[in-house]
Design a binder for this molecule. Structure first.
Ligand SMILES: Nc1ncnc2c1ncn2[C@@H]1O[C@H](COP(=O)(O)OP(=O)(O)OP(=O)(O)O)[C@@H](O)[C@H]1O
Ligand SMILES: [Mg+2]
Length: 326
């Protein structure tokens, strides 16, 4: 975990949902997650479907209230924010949704969708809002004529760009992009990745970039967090994670990243299914699928350990795995 002067700090965050409205039956979607995002950096969050990535994103935005733990933005606890502070925070952290068709209203023109947050946050005088919407479109490489069109009239790639423009229009410091490239073809995906890297470089915007796929994260992220059944099981600077992943789950995900060279060997698929989040395994949540499982993994939940390379005093590489217990 990183420290000092983070833009966003998440500490021991827990999100539980009631199942079928029951008070007793609870599903833990996020289980004690901590990490930091620094200004202008890209944090890649990866994990299989159901690992809790969207729940984490929504609880950061306070769209789902965390059950416990804390989210700080510029050192201020979001749960304690009220009135103008809360509004400012909402302007400063924007969400680019997983599925732009679902987040852009089909009955609203792109202009209406882009101007709506400007109206809401009272940014600029009303007559200047169209010009700001145009600038946001330009930033994502779209022409002004897109303003008068409707979501269904755009290609998938154009919709992704509009979703990013909508997130950008309020000039946020952090954009949470949830799976915005996974359903795209490779060339569109490559252009969106390039766009995000430019936004970071030119406007200094930080990203929490959520994906299933480590191949995408590798092209973007400065830091990477790996989630499994609600837990952040490994977190590391990106170069370190791709060079020296420590957790058997991260290694399995890395082995599943396709390589162009067939001589490299077949990817090692993970055995078995992800267990239900309603009845997670005791001990280490990954033990039922872990190739390195030991007796203690079945009963003891591993603590987070720092991994220092030789000569290194301070590291932001953390892993929850008994193999790394001192
Ligand atoms: N509103 C809800 N009520 C009850 N359970 C929920 C709710 N939302 C999510 N869950 C459950 O919480 C767990 C985490 O779901 P979440 O959507 O956060 O995963 P995810 O990592 O974003 O998955 P995906 O990659 O498929 O988008 C899953 O077991 C899911 O079924
Ligand atoms: Mg999700």
């Amino acid at each position: 975990m990183q420290t000092d002067s983070a833009l966003l700090s998440v500490r021991e965050l827990v999100v539980r949902y009631r199942v079928n409205g029951s008070r007793r039956e609870l599903l833990t979607a996020v289980n004690g997650v901590s990490f930091d995002i620094h200004a202008g950096s890209i944090f890649g969050l990866v994990g299989e479907s159901g690992s809790g990535k969207t729940s984490l994103a929504h609880s950061i935005m306070q769209l789902t209230l965390p059950t416990s733990g804390e989210v700080q933005f510029h050192g201020k606890n979001l749960a304690h924010m009220k009135g103008s502070d809360l509004k400012k925070m909402r302007r400063n952290i924007q969400l680019a949704f997983q599925d732009p068709l679902a987040s852009l209203s089909p009955r609203r023109s792109i202009q209406q969708s882009l101007i709506e947050p400007l109206d809401h946050f009272r940014i600029d005088a009303p007559e200047q809002r169209r010009a700001r919407a145009c600038r946001a479109l330009e930033t994502v490489g779209l022409e002004a004529d897109v303003l008068l069109r409707f979501p269904h009239e755009l290609s998938g790639g154009q919709r992704q760009r509009v979703a990013l423009a909508r997130a950008l229009v309020t000039e946020p410091e952090l954009i949470i992009a949830d799976e915005s490239v996974s359903s795209m073809d490779v060339s569109v995906q490559a252009r969106i990745i390039e766009l995000i890297l430019n936004l970071r470089q030119q406007l200094g915007i930080a990203f929490l970039f959520i994906a299933h796929d480590l191949a995408v994260i590798q092209q973007l992220a400065d830091h990477v967090g790996v989630m499994y059944l609600g837990k952040m099981i490994e977190i590391a600077p990106a170069d370190r994670l791709f060079r020296q992943a420590a957790h058997p789950y991260t290694r399995a995900l890395l082995e599943a990243v396709p390589v162009p060279d067939p001589a490299h060997g077949k990817p090692v698929a993970l055995q078995g299914e992800v267990p239900s989040a309603l009845t997670p395994p005791a001990g280490c949540v990954f033990h039922t699928r872990c190739p390195r499982v030991e007796d203690r993994c079945r009963v003891l939940d591993p603590l987070s350990n720092q991994i220092n390379e030789s000569g290194e005093k301070r590291t932001s590489h953390h892993v929850k795995c008994h193999l790394w217990n001192p």
